[in-house]
Write a protein that binds this ligand. Sequence first.
Ligand code: NDP
Length: 497
Amino acid sequence: MTTPKDCLNYINGQWLPARSKATLESRNPADWRQLVATFPRSEAADVDAAVEAARKAYSTWRLVPAPARADFIYRVGELLLERKEELAQLMSREMGKAIAEARGDVQEGIDCALYYAGEGRRLFGQTTTSEMPNKFAMTVRMPIGVCALITPWNFPLAIPCWKALPALVCGNTVILKPAGDTPACATLLVQIFHDAGLSKGVINLVHGFGSEVGKALVEHPGIDLVSFTGSSETGAEIGATCGRTHKRVCLELGGKNAQIVMEDGDLELALEGAVWGAFGTTGQRCTATSRLILHRDIKDKFTAMLLERTAKLRLGAGIDPNTDLGPLVNVAQLQRVSGYLEVAHVEGSKVLIGGKIANDGDLKHGFFFQPTILDNVTPNMSIAREEIFGPVVSLIKVNSFEEAIKVVNDTPYGLSSSVYTRDVNRAFQAMRDIEAGITYINGPTIGAEVHLPFGGVKQTGNGHREAGSAALDVFTEWKSVYVDFSGRLQRAQIDNH
Ligand code: NDP
């Protein structure tokens, strides 16, 4: 067993305990007896100190040329690469994901660093004509100020990188409040920013409960922007506070993603996609495949193939390279998923496989749930509409492609979607008609790449996108600049008409 880490806050370039000295614990979800780390239970006073440091640092960081800011981001990428295995092992122990996926999570951070390091030499604006003679017009991206980044536990490295790296390259300073389930991953990440040589106050880390430290951050008058990924409930509360206090807010919330399999699709390929999409990260991805929408002609055959494959999946500690599905992250997630199985029963769906907590042998000290397939699901059931966030997939039978699209769209969410078909007309119709931020053709609902926009429609978010150049629109404001070199007053809309 590895020695537990004593994590601290990182404020103004210093590693500090909470002012109250109170601490919390992070434990291994595959074996609750193992302590992974202790971390500070911070309060409003710690938030005040972090905001003060970030505000002070902002006045100088915003003036550092963007290519020089990008040099730090590039260094972060190099250090992430050097420490990739250490980070992946820690992540697997701290939140349970299979080690290959944990390496992928770190790789996403590295990809992100390389992408945004390049952005330091772009940050393009526009130059355009003026309606007046001897006048020049252009747009420039301006940083926003101090950004609060509130992140979940399912991608403990990638999501903080998605937020912090574009925020910093654009000239903002940041305060990270990571999930209480993954404080050690966040601490190691911030250690890497420290080692990359960022000046004090540019990045700050405040651990603690969301309901205490997260809330204090969102409400703080010294915060200019909040970027949040997590549940719809918490997102709604944060959105309301930011509306009331006039803060910019970017919300990435839930999903109820669907994969369509049509009768003309490649069933073997669709099977690979369905298993990976539904059970990867134990279903704890906002892009997880939660519904399989199957054409009636292939429904029975595809269901049999899926059952056979699901029966072979191995549950275990993520750190074991033979594990396909790690544990759920905590007891609340286990209760949530179990609760949805009760709902599934009451609503009249049928459990084809799984459906129960797994606690035999080596699993008895962890939060394991069997990979589960529910049949006879109809689009109006709550299990077909609400985010479960576990290894549970619902099968919905449809009679036509048009019906499949209608069912995909029949949820309050709109994050990811997928269709398996060999018909190019159907593929293009799906791209056009599915109400989602992401559509995959002949690929699963998971697998976003860092240089494309990430986010969803309807209740999945509030219209913003993360990743790619779209993230720059979150972390900057446009300024329009007019330079009049005529030497006289020129009145727009008046003197030229
Ligand atoms: P939350 O939305 O509650 O937590 C996400 C982050 O917000 C954490 O850092 C949390 O801190 C923080 N937080 C919690 N309450 C507040 C608040 N009032 N003000 C500011 N910050 C706050 O999600 P949970 O971890 O509780 O998971 C519950 C459900 O959310 C899951 O079952 C899943 O459906 C969904 N979820 C979706 C994710 C996605 O990727 N879209 C990711 C994670 C969860 P702390 O950890 O200390 O509570």
